[in-house]
Design a protein around this ligand. Structure first.
Ligand code: SF4
Length: 359
């Protein structure tokens, strides 16, 4: 029999399964906690669940977690990058970023992947270069967070507090698995991570943004913009030819009106490409009147890539122009630059078996 993975089941799915076995609902709660909160990989670890139930579940379901194939720690800022192995031999990247205290506890943010590879081929992105392999299953999305938690727990550290769906792949092209994973991560008997501490990043999948606005989820929507006009965005992000800026901005206004929540726009600053003051002016015009803020991310690729980071003066001038024209903007430094933490770089190195990378 081809087994499913028990971590693909949400609360209702597991309850139905346990009920179908003639067991009371509290058994579903126990199993759910072992699977989705503690992240166990072996049935016998479920010490308060009778063996008969474990045996029946084991006949139908897999329980194994993701294997940690590689773990690199940045000497610069402590960022940890994991290369995780999936059942079919594919690999996926997950990054842990530890920040200073927030609301009385350390903030630990995990950057989660949703696809193996990515079909969208953005010109500055290592993942896009490798093409699209497949969507991740729910257990593979959740397994990334659980793998990081287990690593933290081994070191006696507190678990993950925040999530950004900004790793490999386009989250809104794996929509159903994304939403199911979010509900499980937010469940009180799961990791109980507040949706307000979760960001979903999209390259601009317009139908996905509109659908997400209807989910009633108070999460943070981040839109990767990277260019203030269609001509440039078409070149940097081919998805713009499908959903041009006018349609994207319409969807963003829809998001704000439906959710009452601000949008974060990500803008990677590429020297000589999208970092002049004329482009800052276009960007300010584009976002005028929208409840939004801009994260400016100075490009931090490797030496062989055809892009460069702008000078500090240019970055400051760009940010200042936006601020002076009514757009809230902050400069965010990329983390873990010494460990190939940019999306797709580590997997790229593994596939090529060496340490360089070219866009
Ligand atoms: S930047 Fe994101 S959407 Fe674009 S190719 Fe890379 S993973 Fe895909």
């Amino acid at each position: 029999m081809n087994k499913g993975h028990i971590r693909n089941l949400d609360w209702a799915g597991l309850e139905t399964e346990i009920r179908g076995m003639g067991q009371p609902p509290f058994r579903a709660k126990q199993v759910f906690q072992w699977v989705q909160q503690k992240g166990v990989s072996h049935w016998e670890e479920m010490t308060n669940v009778p063996k008969t139930i474990r045996d029946q579940l084991a006949v139908k379901y897999e329980l194994a977690g993701l294997s940690v194939l590689k773990r690199d720690v940045s000497k610069l800022d402590g960022t940890v990058k994991y290369l995780l192995g999936l059942k079919d031999g594919e690999t996926v990247e997950t990054v842990l970023m530890a920040y200073e205290e927030q609301e009385g506890r350390d903030r630990k943010t995990v950057c989660v992947s949703t696809q193996v590879g990515c079909p969208l081929g953005c010109s500055f992105c290592a993942t896009g270069k490798w093409g699209f392999i497949r969507n991740l299953e729910v257990n593979e999305i959740l397994g990334q967070v659980l793998a990081v938690n287990q690593d933290l727990s081994r070191k006696g550290e507190a678990p993950v507090t925040n999530l950004v769906f900004m790793g490999m792949g386009e989250p809104l092209l794996n929509y159903d698995h994304l939403i199911k994973s979010l509900r499980i991560l937010n469940h009180p008997d799961g990791l109980n991570i507040s949706l307000r501490r979760i960001s979903v990043s999209t390259s601009g999948i317009v139908p996905g943004i509109r659908r997400l606005a209807q989910e009633g989820m108070p999460l943070v929507l981040a839109v990767s913009l990277h260019a203030p006009n269609n001509e440039l965005r078409d070149r940097l992000m081919p998805i713009n030819r499908r959903y041009p800026l006018e349609e994207l901005l319409d969807a963003c206004y829809y998001w704000v009106s439906e959710t009452n929540r601000r949008i974060t726009f990500e803008y990677i600053l590429l020297a000589g490409i999208n970092d002049n003051l004329q482009q800052a002016r276009e960007l300010a015009e584009l976002l005028k009147g929208l409840l939004a803020n801009v994260n400016l991310i100075p490009y931090n690729g490797v030496a062989e890539a055809p892009f460069r980071q702008p000078s500090r003066n240019r970055i400051t001038a760009f940010r200042r122009y936006l601020e002076e024209h009514g757009v809230t903007a902050v400069v965010r430094e990329e983390r873990g630059s010494d460990i190939a933490a940019a999306c797709g770089q580590l997997r790229g190195q593994e596939m090529r078996g060496k340490d360089d990378y070219q866009i």
